[in-house]
Design a binder for this molecule. Structure first.
Ligand code: IMP
Ligand code: MG
Length: 180
């Protein structure tokens, strides 16, 4: 038993469900981009685990870059109105198809901001892939091109998602006891 399990109220999505779905999404991405230049831009820190699993199911060479964004202050579960973008992309993407990978699409503020930023670099195309989608929380209209799971409103942790920067290393997606 993991030491962290005492803090968990319920497992929402199991390790095997995640693995199966990530494989399926990677297959769709492979079909859509196989003979194209693909750069995957991952939003840190939340998409770390998702990205590393996803790219290992993609059989052709892809370029990887990262953008770091801070969404919450300390141990709050309420996102800041404007997410802080800490660094921009570092590679030239004007001859690249770009796929942005994030952990969760919640209010839509982070990805809307990132999409604006990336568009300024004139990529050949731009799509979005998320592990989780909470459509009922949306404040800015945005629909992900690839999504592993739609979930209801409520704060989740694990598989890269954190509370106060902790629980990212849980191998599944769960709801914590003290929050809900
Ligand atoms: P948005 O800008 O509101 O769409 O927020 C997206 C970001 O907020 C994600 O990239 C996550 O880092 C964070 N986030 C939103 N919901 C959750 C959650 O339930 N657990 C952990 N992080 C979350
Ligand atoms: Mg994030």
């Amino acid at each position: 038993m993991l030491q962290m399990e005492k803090d968990i109220k319920k497992v929402l999505i199991s390790e095997s469900q995640i693995k199966e779905k990530v494989k399926e999404i990677a297959k769709r991405i492979t079909i859509d981009y196989e003979h194209k230049n693909l750069t995957i831009v991952s939003i840190l820190n939340g998409s770390l685990i998702f990205l590393s699993d996803l790219i290992r199911f993609i059989p052709f060479p892809v370029k990887i870059d990262t953008i770091r964004v801070n969404t919450y202050t300390g141990d709050s579960t309420f996102p800041k109105k404007e997410p802080d973008v800490v660094n921009n992309i570092g590679i030239d993407i004007k001859d690249e198809h770009v796929l942005v990978v994030d952990d969760i699409l919640d209010t839509g503020r982070t990805l809307t901001r990132i999409i604006q930023m990336i568009k300024e670099h004139n990529p050949l195309s731009l799509k979005v892939c998320v592990l989780l989608n909470k459509p009922t929380r949306r404040e800015i209209e945005i629909v992900p091109d690839y999504c592993c799971f739609e979930i209801e409103d409520g704060f989740v942790v694990g598989y890269g998602l954190d509370f106060d920067n902790k629980y990212r290393n849980l191998p599944y997606i769960a709801v914590l006891k003290e929050i809900c």
